[in-house]
Design a protein around this ligand. Structure first.
Ligand code: TGC
Ligand code: FAD
Length: 389
């Protein structure tokens, strides 16, 4: 009989990785197995972000991983960044969120749009996890349409004065700086706002049923005054924040693969042990069809993200391609997590098993960084040339 395939990697996608990429995946995988999985169920239940993990996440080089070594970062390629997201989200979407926001939404804009002084000041400290960032784009009146933002930055001599509010901001209450996007007379611009600036306030969102091991906040700006040196000088317009989202959404195409793998592994183990009607649950045709379908969808998602990563590393990544994969892969993982929760029966409703935690987390992942509908409409626009937003 032929060697059995890895049920979590039926097409041996791992063999398409370079030696270096495999090493990155293994190092993050070990960290997740040893440090994250033992604590994350309780952290989720308690509604606690496990901040004690940040120093090791930083020392593994996972923050701003693709940015150059000259700024204290690891200089990895895009595929390695994807594998980092996949492994972290095998632990919990909240941890991957933390890394996504720090890397793609805070360090990336400083790198891509910042002055040399801003890069040298912030990036090494952010890579070391000493300075934590948050990214304020969404506003209370409608996140899907950020062009309609109401937060304003008004020029006052050599300073800028910011007024407005942001909603659903990951890391808001633990951040030292906020990357804030605001409307100016010159279009949308980005500002690096230290969170101890007078007039800035963060208020944590409670009663969440999703991403409970992650901090989510509302931000308020009441005449927040920053110098012009806090403005990101090299971008104007919506393409600034959307360019950051392109980076983060790319990582998010990989993350849910890890969540789905964690769920499938759990039910493979569970159904082989659970004896019902005199035989293992895994021996039933309907159970096998469900799990086979999960493996099919995980395999498709793996190949989609890997090709996306290769396009990214070749400098050929298009936003529409990211939208297709974000839509497909998050939907894949959410459906799998819900089905796994069902297969676990009553045992599936507590955090002793991970399926319900992943399912609840993925309810946020399918909404943030562009809802499923937004990504479907981006693909529709590409196909038809008609903007349906
Ligand atoms: P449009 O007005 O056509 O374009 C404006 C400019 O932006 C450029 N652009 C992009 N650039 C880079 N990447 C992309 N993905 C881009 N999409 C558009 C575009 O070329 C144009 O440039 P220019 O030079 O001509 O000015 O805008 P649009 O019609 O494409 O946008 C509409 C829409 C609905 C797609 C967009 O507004 C959108 O994506 N809305 C969703 C908003 C969203 O995703 N928010 C996420 C907030 S952050 C978050 O959720 C973090 S959660 C993190 C975590 O915890 O992990
Ligand atoms: P809305 O934009 O009001 O959308 C409501 C519904 O309308 C959705 O189903 C949507 O798909 C649908 N819809 C919208 N437009 C159309 C259309 N044209 N046609 C048909 N249907 C449409 N934002 C940040 O800036 N920074 C962060 O760090 C951040 N972190 C987040 C963390 C969490 C846990 C969550 C839940 C959100 C976070 N967000 C963050 C905000 C997130 O990006 C927004 O929630 C998202 O963009 C959707 O915006 P909204 O919630 O205002 O929904």
């Amino acid at each position: 009989m032929a060697t059995r395939l890895d049920p979590l990697d039926l097409y041996d996608v791992r063999s398409l990785l370079t030696e270096e990429e495999r090493m990155v995946q293994d190092a993050v995988g070990r960290f997740v197995d040893e440090k994250v999985l033992p604590i994350i169920g309780d952290a989720f239940e308690q509604g606690r972000f496990p901040a004690e993990l940040v120093p090791e996440i930083a020392s593994l080089g996972l923050l701003g991983a693709t940015l150059p070594e000259a700024y204290g970062c690891a200089g990895m390629n895009g595929v390695s960044y994807g594998l980092i997201c996949q492994e972290l989200e095998r632990g919990d979407s909240g941890l991957r969120s933390f890394a996504s926001v720090q890397s793609s939404l805070c360090m990336y804009p400083i790198f891509a749009y910042g002055s040399e002084e801003q890069k040298r000041d912030y990036l090494p400290r952010m890579a070391a996890g000493e300075v934590i960032g948050c990214f304020g784009l969404t506003e209370p009146h409608g996140g899907s349409d950020p062009a309609n933002m109401k937060t304003v930055a008004r020029r006052d001599g050599g300073d800028w004065v910011i007024n407005g509010a942001k909603m659903w901001i990951t890391n808001g209450n633990i951040a030292h700086i906020a990357i804030v996007w605001a409307q100016t007379d010159d279009g949308i611009q980005g500002f690096i706002v230290p969170t101890d600036t007078k007039g800035f306030a963060a208020q944590e969102v409670h009663k969440k049923m999703s991403l409970r091991a992650s901090v989510t906040s509302a931000l308020f700006f009441d005449d927040v005054r920053v110098p012009d040196s806090a403005r990101l000088p090299n971008v104007k317009g919506l393409k600034g924040p959307l360019g950051c989202l392109n980076q983060a959404r790319y990582g998010i195409t990989w993350g849910p693969i890890g969540a789905a793998q964690a769920c499938l592994k759990e039910v493979l183990d569970y159904t082989s042990q659970r004896i019902l009607f005199g035989r293992p649950l895994a021996a039933n045709q309907t159970t096998q069809v469900k799990m086979a379908d999960m493996a099919r969808r995980i395999t498709t998602a793996q190949l989609l993200s890997l090709q996306l990563g290769r396009l990214k590393d070749a400098g050929r990544l298009q936003p529409t391609q990211v939208s297709l994969a974000k839509w497909n892969n998050v939907r894949m993982a959410l459906d799998i997590a819900r089905d796994c929760r069902d297969i676990l029966g009553g045992a599936g409703i507590t955090t002793e098993h991970s399926a319900i935690r992943h399912a609840l987390n993925l309810e946020s992942v399918i909404t943030y960084e562009g809802t499923e509908t937004v990504h479907q409409l981006v693909v529709g626009r590409e196909l038809t040339g008609i903007n349906a937003f």
